[in-house]
Design a protein around this ligand. Structure first.
Ligand SMILES: *[C@@H]1O[C@H](CO)[C@@H](O)[C@H](O)[C@H]1NC(C)=O
Ligand SMILES: *[C@@H]1O[C@H](CO)[C@@H](O)[C@H](O)[C@H]1NC(C)=O
Length: 512
């Protein structure tokens, strides 16, 4: 399992990148600047070596059938394994439940990290979600083995140690335990067990950015929505079966009233990043990047990746919701042609996916990260940040932290917070390590004589004619308060939407 080394394309990228670096050096963007935040300070930027780059590849897993065999685990066995692991590795794991399924099964999340109980300030939280479709349980078992791999490798593997020392990894092995309970091992296709106990497809049950989603919110979906509203996840993978491909947002598209197979791509402003993340998974997988079709009747995916909507559009998917609402880069990982293959194949699936599962998470340490402070050095919560040219924004945590995965290049970020003057900062991203960027915002000034014309955005904040402070309206694209469907013609509802929903579930049964 060797990381593939550079090809011609990457070399060109490197050359381009050297140019960018030279440019940046001329503009004094590379050198470390430290400014005392109390001095009414300014931009702080610093480069830090990312140890992962210099570390040997993660070692292979030594399965231990005493603790976890390559068999399917029902809900009781899964619960027992998670409880036993958290008791055995109290310094590396914490177990919590984000809620219950309709039939009362806990939606367990295991955190694996050297700080399992507490968020590490400045360090990213990431997640994996398995088994959103109950009859696609390979991911569920892979995630149990991933937990076992992490806890048993921490003390002996430098790569795993660095990852767990610098990341909190939240693993939800099954989002749909009720569906799993009625699924049948050896069933490669079909929909039995796909849905929750009320017959809802959970990957069609999230609010949608493009289309109105009239499906009633289910307890499993509500639990996940609540979870991701409380923890700012930087990166996420959702594990599925029934195909072999890494699929990235958007899953839906503004213009697919009648959905057709092999539709047009629906690309996000972070398409470069999402493609890259998908390629990291596919290239570290034993087979995915070969792009071989599962069956003659199913598509072959070039390099083992696809845009979600280009494969088939769907409304209410989880990855679009993560990305648009929370700026979390989530991709959908289809890891087995057969939805529920026989247990004796699980070891092989682990071998195929081990390196992908680990390397994908390490991508949370690429790009820009930092804090937004006020002049007194206090963190600013819910400051909105937008990378120029990428209209899907994100917000700081209560500690003022932010993260954004970006590929090497030169960027500008716009930073806004209520009652502060907006600010634009420039920075450079390199391949070798994340860019650390602290931003200090100054309180917005009162300016006499500038009319406060109806909430339009003013460079220094809006000021009413009386000189009273008026908060800067947060631009809509920072948070999807007004999704496009609300403004779209009503033709999207009613009969057309019923037809397209019908097609949607038809396609999802065949392909997804
Ligand atoms: C940014 O702020 C954090 C939190 O206060 C601090 O630990 C870090 O050293 C700062 N980074 C720079 C480059 O000043
Ligand atoms: C957990 O960490 C504490 C403090 O570092 C240490 O004293 C203790 O032995 C560790 N426990 C286990 C089970 O490794």
């Amino acid at each position: 399992m060797i990381l593939r080394k550079s090809n011609a394309g990457q070399q060109l990228q490197l050359q381009l990148f050297a140019l960018i670096l030279m440019h940046a050096a001329c503009h004094n963007l590379i050198s470390a600047k430290t400014v005392n935040p109390n001095s009414g300070g300014d931009l702080q930027q610093q480069q830090q070596q990312q140890p992962l780059q210099g570390l040997p590849e993660p070692r292979a897993y030594m399965p231990d059938s005493q603790n976890l065999d390559f068999v399917y685990h029902d809900h009781e066995e899964l619960t027992r394994f998670l409880r036993a692991t958290s008791a055995r590795y109290p310094n590396l794991t914490a177990l919590y439940s984000i809620g219950k399924s309709i039939q009362g099964r806990d939606l367990w999340v295991m955190v694996v990290s050297s700080s399992p109980y507490e968020h590490m300030i400045g360090k990213p939280d990431v997640k994996y979600v398995g088994n959103i479709h109950g009859n696609e349980p390979v991911g569920r078992e892979m995630l149990l083995h991933l937990i076992q791999y992490f806890v048993t490798s921490y003390s002996s593997d430098q790569y795993v140690k660095w990852l767990l020392d610098n990341t909190r990894i939240h693993i939800l092995p099954t989002m749909n335990p009720d569906g799993y309970a009625v699924s049948k091992e050896g069933t490669c296709d079909g929909g039995q067990g796909r849905y929750n106990a009320r017959g809802f497809d959970l990957n069609r049950n999230f609010p949608d950015y493009f289309k109105q989603n009239n499906k009633r919110g289910q307890p499993e979906t509500d639990a996940v929505k609540d979870w991701i509203s409380k923890i700012q996840f930087v990166l996420s993978g959702s594990l599925h079966g029934g195909a072999l491909v890494a699929s990235y947002p958007y899953d839906n598209t503004p213009n697919s009233m009648f959905q057709t197979y092999s539709a047009a791509p629906s690309l996000t402003p972070d398409d470069d990043v999402l493609k890259h993340l998908s390629l990291v998974y596919a290239r570290n997988h034993a087979k995915m990047s070969r792009g071989v079709a599962c069956k003659s009747a199913t598509p072959a995916f070039e390099n083992g990746i696809t845009n979600g909507a280009a494969w088939y559009p769907l409304t209410g998917g989880m990855q679009d919701y993560n990305y648009v609402w929370y700026g979390c880069m989530e991709i959908t990982l289809e890891i087995s042609c057969c939805k529920f293959p026989p247990a004796y194949e699980l070891k092989k699936y682990w071998e195929d996916n081990q390196l992908s599962l680990i390397k994908f998470l390490a991508e949370a340490h690429r790009g820009v990260q930092g804090f937004v402070f006020d002049p007194a050095g206090m963190p600013i919560e819910r400051a909105s940040i937008k990378i120029k040219g990428r209209d899907v924004g994100f917000q700081t945590t209560k500690y003022g932290e932010f993260w954004r995965i970006l590929l090497p290049g030169y960027y500008k970020a716009e930073v806004f917070a209520e009652s502060f003057a907006p600010r634009e900062v420039e920075f450079v991203i390199v391949e070798q390590h994340p860019t650390l960027l602290n931003v200090t915002l100054q309180p917005s000034k009162r300016i006499e004589g500038i009319g406060g014309g109806g909430g339009a955005m003013l460079p220094l904040g809006g000021v009413s004619p009386g000189g009273m402070y008026r908060p800067i309206p947060v631009p809509q694209h920072y948070r999807p308060q007004m999704p496009p469907y609300a403004a779209a013609a009503s033709s999207d509802n009613g009969i057309f939407s019923t037809i397209s929903n019908g097609l949607n579930s038809l396609y999802s049964n065949i392909f997804g």
